[in-house]
Design a protein around this ligand. Structure first.
Ligand SMILES: C[S@@+](CC[C@H](N)C(=O)[O-])C[C@H]1O[C@@H](n2cnc3c(N)ncnc32)[C@H](O)[C@@H]1O
Length: 225
């Protein structure tokens, strides 16, 4: 649906009916096998590639309805916790009802950000969005297919915010859509988008300059469940 029509539907359809419909749609999605497998793959990569530990405090900007939070429920313990935020209000409400209610150390927040597809009427630009967390409060930040949807200035601002909320020595694990010559020439780029991981240690100089990163990029391969 076109963004404008979507926004109009949001204004005229009663919120209870929207919530009912969103709940059905998102519950069905959360039970989809491919959806669950993708979440398990991401969590495996967080552990194998970026050394996520069970006691870590994890932040996931652009968490959606919690595809990656769901498999993390079993893994994070001994003080480990999860916070996620997203611009999609329905997804955040679903995750709060279906995940946080039973696992209070998993928390979700709606980010009121302008987006030309999802929220065209109000919200602040991504470049001005301050993550709603104290400085140095997370050991691990994960972004799965989020920067793919953002422009350079937004990404630079988010990296500053990630550096602010990460504890010293904390880790950030980001996936990007890789479009290189090999994938262009054999056509797989279009047919089978394969995530690429950039595992970075982000250090902020805390003087208002951009964070420095030491990226270690590696293609990730999907494995049978
Ligand atoms: C491809 S989905 C991935 C969702 C989730 N990371 C996962 O792996 O299931 C991209 C997500 O990024 C969110 N997003 C896009 N722009 C954002 C922004 N500026 N801040 C936070 N989330 C954003 C979208 O709403 C969407 O939920």
């Amino acid at each position: 649906m076109k963004p404008f029509l979507k926004q109009m539907a949001r204004m005229v359809v009663p919120s209870a009916a929207r919530a009912w419909w969103a709940d059905r749609r998102l519950t069905a999605l959360s039970r989809d096998e491919d959806f669950q497998k993708a979440g398990r793959d991401f969590v495996r990569w967080m552990i194998e590639v970026a050394d996520l530990q069970p006691h870590h405090r994890v932040l996931e900007p652009g968490c959606g309805l919690g595809r990656n939070a769901l498999p993390l429920i079993e893994y994070l313990r001994d003080g480990g916790s999860y916070d996620g935020f997203d611009i999609l209000q329905g997804e955040i409400e679903w995750a709060t009802r279906n995940i946080s209610a039973a696992h209070p150390h998993f928390r979700f927040q709606h980010a009121h950000i302008y987006n030309k597809y999802y929220n065209i009427l109000d919200g602040c630009p991504s470049t001005e969005y301050r993550f709603p967390y104290e400085a140095e409060s997370f050991d691990f930040v994960f972004l799965g297919s989020v920067f793919t949807h953002m422009l350079r200035a937004d990404v630079e601002h988010y990296l500053d915010e990630i550096a602010r909320v990460l504890k010293p020595g904390g880790r950030c694990f980001i996936t990007y859509y890789l479009l290189n010559d090999e994938r262009r020439s054999n056509g797989t780029a279009a047919r089978f988008p394969q995530p690429t991981a950039a595992s970075c240690t982000i250090r902020s100089d805390r003087n208002g300059k951009s964070p420095t990163m030491k990226p270690k990029c590696a293609p990730l391969t999907r494995r049978a469940a």
